[in-house]
Design a protein. Structure first.
Length: 302
C-alpha cells in the first residue's frame, strides 16, 4: 500500500468510527471534522519539537491531595500525549512507560535523547515492553522502587464486543460506547497496587496544554470489594468523559478500527443497509466501495 492509499484508508476508518458515535453528523460536517482533527495532530507534532525536555519550565509537584510513591498511572492517547512523560519527569516523578514493542521502538530513542539533552539520568524515564513475558515482573519491580508505571489505556481496537467477557468494559460515549480491557485494574487489585488517572488538558499558559491533577482510582491497598471495584471503574470512566468533554476531536484513536456493534449490528450490509453511506477506494489497482457504517469493503468487478 503506497502513501496515498494509506492516507485514504486512514481517512475512511476515521470517518467510519466517528459516524458510529455521531450518527446525526452530515457527511459534509464529518469531512470538516476530519480536517480539524488532522490539523490538531500536526500541531501536536509541532509542540513536541517546540518543547524539548531541557526547555520545559520547572513545574514542581502537581497539585493534588495524594502524592503517589509508586503505582500505576493510567492515561490516554489524547492531545499532545507524548509530552506527558516529559512533563511528569519535570515534576520530579520517576516514570516507567508500558507500551507495545512497536511503540517503544519509536518512542524509547526519542525519550532517551530528551533525557540526555536535559542532563538527566536514564532512570528518570524507563520503558517496559508490554508483550515481554517478564513484563508483569518488571511492573511489580518498578512499583516496589516507588516508580509510576504509565499506561496509555484506549479502546480495544479491532475486536467486536462480547458482553459475557468480564475482561472488557463497555464505556458509553456520545451515541455509542467504547470497549476497554480491564486487565490493568485486575492486576492492580491482585497485587494491591495504587492506581491513578491523568490526562493532558487545555490551559491558557505559555504551553497551551498541562497535566491534569491525578485522580485516585484505587488507593486502598486492602483487597477491594465488588462495590469498590465498580466505584473504581466509575471514577476511571468519569475521568475519560471529562477529558473528552474538552473536545472529542483531540483523541488520536479515532483513526483506528473500533468494532463494537454487538447485538446492534445491522443484518443488512452495503448500500442496502439502513442509514449507511459508502465511499469509493482504490487499493492495489482494484476498485472498492467502503461501507462506512459497517466498516466493510465491497469490490467493484468490471
Amino acid at each position: 500500500m503506497n502513501t496515498q492509499q494509506t492516507k485514504n484508508l486512514h481517512r475512511l476508518l476515521w470517518l467510519a468510527n466517528v459516524q458510529q458515535f455521531f450518527p446525526d453528523k452530515a457527511p459534509e460536517q464529518l469531512w470538516k471534522d476530519y480536517t480539524s482533527w488532522l490539523k490538531n495532530r500536526n500541531q501536536f507534532q509541532h509542540l513536541y519539537r517546540r518543547y524539548p525536555l531541557h526547555q520545559l519550565p520547572d513545574f514542581g509537584p502537581l497539585p493534588m491531595d495524594i502524592k503517589p510513591e509508586g503505582g500505576i498511572l493510567i492515561s490516554f492517547h489524547y492531545g499532545p500525549y507524548r509530552l506527558l512523560p516529559k512533563f511528569l519527569v519535570k515534576c520530579g516523578y520517576q516514570i516507567t512507560l508500558l507500551a507495545a514493542a512497536a511503540i517503544l521502538e519509536r518512542e524509547a530513542e526519542y525519550y532517551d535523547a530528551e533525557l540526555r539533552n536535559a542532563g538527566l539520568f536514564s532512570e528518570m524515564l524507563q520503558c517496559i515492553d508490554a508483550n515481554n513475558s517478564y513484563s508483569l515482573r518488571k511492573i511489580l519491580s518498578a512499583v516496589k522502587e516507588k516508580r509510576l508505571v504509565l499506561v496509555f489505556m484506549d479502546a480495544n481496537e479491532g475486536q467486536r464486543i462480547d458482553h459475557s467477557d468480564s475482561n472488557k468494559l463497555p464505556v458509553p460515549f456520545a451515541a455509542h460506547y467504547f470497549c476497554w480491557r480491564t486487565n490493568i485494574l485486575k492486576l492492580a487489585t491482585r497485587f494491591r497496587i495504587p492506581v491513578y488517572c491523568t490526562y493532558m488538558e487545555r490551559c491558557k499558559e505559555e504551553i497551551p496544554w498541562a497535566v491534569h491533577p491525578f485522580v485516585p482510582i484505587l488507593t486502598d491497598t486492602k483487597q477491594p470489594t465488588a462495590a469498590e471495584m465498580m466505584y473504581a471503574f466509575s471514577r476511571l470512566q468519569l475521568s475519560f468523559q471529562q477529558m473528552m468533554n474538552q473536545g472529542w476531536i483531540y483523541w488520536e484513536n479515532w483513526a483506528f478500527i473500533h468494532q463494537y456493534n454487538g447485538d446492534k449490528a445491522n443484518t443488512s450490509r452495503g448500500i442496502a443497509a439502513s442509514g449507511s453511506w459508502v465511499l469509493p477506494l482504490e487499493y492495489q489497482q482494484q476498485k472498492y466501495l467502503f461501507d462506512i457504517r459497517n466498516r466493510q469493503f465491497f469490490q467493484i468487478k468490471a
